[in-house]
Design a protein around this ligand. Sequence first.
Ligand SMILES: Cc1cc2nc3c(=O)[nH]c(=O)nc-3n(C[C@H](O)[C@H](O)[C@H](O)COP(=O)(O)O)c2cc1C
Length: 188
Amino acid sequence: QSADTQEMVRVLVAYHSLSGHTEKMADAVAQGARAVPGTQVILKRVGAVTSDELFSVDAIVLGSPVYWSNMAGEVKQFIDDWQFKFGVFPEFKLKNKVGAAFVTGGQISSGKELTMLSILAAMLGNYMVAVSGGGAFGASATTEGNSPGIDEQELAGARELGGRVAEVSAALKRGIARHESRTGVSGP
Ligand SMILES: Cc1cc2nc3c(=O)[nH]c(=O)nc-3n(C[C@H](O)[C@H](O)[C@H](O)COP(=O)(O)O)c2cc1C
């Protein structure tokens, strides 16, 4: 790896989407992250993420449609696969990666915040560093009823989340590198 590549911050934006709304938000999160200089983005459906990708990135931003006030089964499967397929435990292999969430839901008050918190809870359980942006718990959009589709304000929230994830990841990466060179101990 060149020095340049080592300096780059790598952000994985992984999502599930059946009718395209969450995918649109994922594109905007990726766009926001790419706008921060020195950031590389991997944008993928949850089922397509490889072990190399999961472990090489500095941040994981996870997006889901709200299904019955919680995340879609595909997203939960991906999180469970952190252990079943990728074996993160007992070493806590995702420790100190930045984590964030975004969601879309049909109705205004029908589980979006709960879903983001469920995703963040799984990240915290993996000793990841949870960040918000584009909203108190992450970026979200209402897609049905009198607010169909994704509007510009919702896309702006998604871009804001992507940007914040990239910036916090860069700061954390630099801080951890300094800590390791000072103490010889890996990670805090
Ligand atoms: C099985 C199922 C359950 C759903 N449950 C909720 C719900 O509890 N709350 C909500 O706001 N929307 C709910 N929705 C609506 C979706 O969250 C919404 O249409 C979402 O934007 C779809 O995302 P996608 O286009 O990325 O597939 C549900 C949809 C399905 C198919």
